[in-house]
Design a protein around this ligand. Structure first.
Ligand code: GDP
Length: 194
């Protein structure tokens, strides 16, 4: 894992091992406090900080996942760094993104409604090839659930999205989400180097 500020996107290049390395920009979207940066922290560092208040602040974190015997994906995962408080995100945020994870909190119906509007914005404004995953987070708070699994998966199926329910706290499904997402990204859709 590393942090950096360079722009993402490149053609496949040789990694240090035998596999070819593909660099993909992945953006997280969703209402404030749904757990976006906690999901990134869980995935990149396998940690959870219950008292965390702000987003990670870094431009992005990177994490490598193995695609197959010959290829790896180097995911550059971008957090909104608080931009979600504004009416819409700067299109620069998701420009050249190969994939997006739109997160809601299964205990906050309003965050599910907001997730749907982020998805519509992405489908209107982002690269047509973008792979989108809808993530219902905080499954460890099952007793406070207000959005059923069926509502989430039903919407995702209708809109043509991947779907996972996750817990950044327990780690449930966080790794699977990013691996599935990486495997869905078409290599030919990789953006050219900025
Ligand atoms: P962001 O604003 O969307 O980036 O959300 P944060 O990652 O900052 O998380 C907001 C709050 O929700 C923090 O207090 C986190 O500890 C908490 N949180 C995030 N993910 C989970 C989760 O899976 N389960 C529980 N119980 N709390 C979570």
């Amino acid at each position: 894992m590393a942090e950096g500020k360079q722009q993402q996107g490149s053609s496949p290049s040789r990694g240090s091992g035998k596999r070819r390395q593909h660099i993909f920009k992945v953006v997280l979207l969703g209402e404030s406090a749904v757990g976006k940066s906690s999901i990134v922290t869980r995935f990149a560092r396998d940690q959870f900080d219950q008292y965390k208040e702000s987003t990670i602040g870094a431009a992005f974190v990177t994490k490598e996942v193995v695609l197959d015997e010959a290829n790896t994906a180097n995911l550059h995962i971008w957090d909104t760094a608080g931009q979600e408080r504004y009416k819409s995100l700067a299109p620069m945020y998701y420009r050249n993104a190969a994939a997006a994870v739109v997160v809601y909190d299964i205990t906050q119906t309003a965050s599910f409604e907001r997730a749907k509007s982020w998805i519509k914005e992405l489908q209107r404004q982002a690269e047509p090839s973008i792979v989108i995953c809808l993530a219902g987070n905080k499954t460890d708070l099952a007793d406070r659930r207000t959005v059923s699994r069926e509502e989430g998966s039903g919407y995702a199926a209708t809109a043509g999205l991947l779907f996972f329910e996750t817990s950044a706290q327990s780690g449930e499904n966080v790794g699977d989400l990013f691996v599935s997402l990486a495997q869905k990204i078409p290599w030919s859709a990789e953006p050219a180097a900025a």
